[in-house]
Design a protein around this ligand. Structure first.
Ligand code: UDP
Length: 456
């Protein structure tokens, strides 16, 4: 568990209210539409609309579609002193509101809770993230597919942290939301439903506000898009950034295309649109289900079942399965089967953009000694390849670190080169945190959820 006090929304960015007709069309979340107030439904501070996700029906918009958000100089933080008579005639109203949001990330390899505290000084400004409490448990919910009650217990444990973090008087109006990713997407429907129902039950037992549809399986497009939104707030820039995310069950690629050709040559469903600061943005984003690191291991070993994303504990490396069958080249040949013909090569990755790479890209780069755990760092695609060769050809040296390191490093190299089509010299910026904030789609999703909860 850790507690991260920070304010990372660039406070110089003022929000401009988008047109009222803009609606969110997130397919998997049927959030309550703003409407008449219902008894028992908490009221939230006015949160400006920030995201418009419309995965389908994209029109090509002109090349210059990516304006920088308007930068407005900050209003002075310190309130100037006024004569006493002024206070008497016009007392100052404190518009500052504090509110919380609890987002669960039910991933294939673990369940994580993000407890966000927001401060909004003015209803027309974007709220500022004051701090975040984060805790993760392993394994993920999908590991409890045959025992949903146990899965529910992991969520119950994490909710205890939320109760300790959120002041009691705020519980009733603090929403709890869980979004599941690849682990549950890969389960048979009945098993996934049983787990989601159990979580719903646990949520309703809790003193928090449970919005309708607060427990869902998120679609891959939104996973990529919410991570992008997170990145925007963490970095304060939207231009020329690409993101690669490698989870246990799925892998995502998301970037803001610079070239019209990228949009035109991409499969229709890979282009998503959203609205931020009154501007429309088009993203290239896709999640490859079954191409996460753990799922790829199983597929390479020929052991992928429909409802498995985590290898059994007795799983062994490819080299152990086939004595004498060692070395980078042979491993590359095997993992290639998991990628070939599945992964689309966007037109633009051949260019010189820098891509940020998170999650298992980061973890494996650390384990193989390519980067430092605390600092992260920039490497080239060819560095993954070089280190993969070293690891595979010196298995005895690396086996103690991870018996799967050769396969994982080879898979990452193959995914980047043969899958997405990156050049050897493409720079990958590896990070666990951006501006001291751990990378997660959870923040983008929390903002989107709050907008929909904005019941007047
Ligand atoms: O808040 C988070 C959530 C996940 N991860 C990383 O994401 C990877 C696993 O993702 P997950 O289990 O969610 O896989 P998915 O279900 O998306 O395939 C691991 O490297 C985690 O350390 C992380 O760094 N921070």
């Amino acid at each position: 568990t850790y507690y991260r006090p920070h304010r990372y929304f660039p406070h110089f960015i003022r929000f401009r209210q988008p047109p009222a007709h803009m609606e969110n069309h997130l397919p998997e979340v049927a959030n309550p539409a703003p409407g008449p107030r219902h008894p028992g439904v908490p009221r939230y501070p006015v949160i400006p609309h920030i995201i418009d996700a419309t995965p389908e029906d994209i029109q090509t918009i002109p090349e210059a579609i990516h304006p920088e958000p308007e930068v407005v100089h900050p209003a002075p933080e310190v309130v100037r002193s006024a004569p006493e008579s002024h206070y008497r005639s016009a007392p100052r109203v404190n518009l500052t509101r504090v509110f919380y949001g609890v987002m669960f990330d039910a991933g294939s390899t673990g369940t994580r809770i993000h407890i966000y505290k927001f401060i909004q000084k003015d209803p027309v400004e974007l709220p500022v993230l004051d701090n975040e409490m984060y805790h993760a448990v392993k394994p993920g919910l999908s590991a409890y597919k045959d025992n949903p009650e146990e899965g529910g217990n992991t969520v119950r444990q994490l909710l205890k942290i939320a109760k300790k973090t959120v002041p009691e008087e705020e519980w009733r109006r603090t929403p709890v939301v869980l979004k599941a990713t690849a682990g549950l997407r890969l389960l048979p429907e009945d098993k996934a439903c049983a787990l989601l129902n159990e979580v719903r039950h646990v949520f309703h037992e809790s003193p928090f506000y449970v919005p309708s549809n607060s427990v869902t399986i998120m679609n891959g497009t939104n996973e990529g898009m919410f991570l992008y939104i997170y990145f925007f707030f963490a970095r304060g820039i939207l231009r020329t950034v690409g993101i690669l995310d490698l989870g246990g069950g799925s892998t995502q690629i998301t970037f803001l295309p610079k070239s019209k050709k990228t949009v035109e040559s991409a499969p229709h469903s890979y282009i998503a649109k959203f609205n931020l600061f009154n501007s429309t943005y088009q993203l290239y984003t896709h999640s490859y289900l079954g191409n996460g690191l753990y799922a790829a291991r199983l597929a390479t070993l020929g052991a992928l079942g429909a409802d498995d994303t985590v290898p059994p504990s007795h799983a062994v490396d490819l080299h152990e399965l086939s004595p004498g069958y060692a070395g980078y080249k042979l491993c590359y040949y095997e993992v290639m089967k998991v990628i070939k013909g599945i992964v689309h090569q966007p037109y633009e990755v051949k260019g010189s953009s820098v891509f940020y790479a998170f999650s298992y890209y980061f973890d494996r780069a650390v384990e193989s000694g390519l980067i430092d755990d605390s600092r992260g760092g920039a490497i080239e695609v060819r560095d993954f390849k070089k280190r993969a060769k070293e690891v595979c050809n010196k298995m005895t040296q690396y086996r103690a670190i991870s018996p799967f390191l050769c396969m994982d490093m080879t898979y990452i190299t193959c995914l980047l080169k043969e899958g997405f089509g990156f050049k050897d010299n493409t720079v990958l910026q590896l990070a666990k945190k951006v501006n001291n904030v751990e990378t997660s789609w959870a923040l983008g999703a929390t903002f989107d959820y709050f907008r929909n909860l904005n019941i007047h």
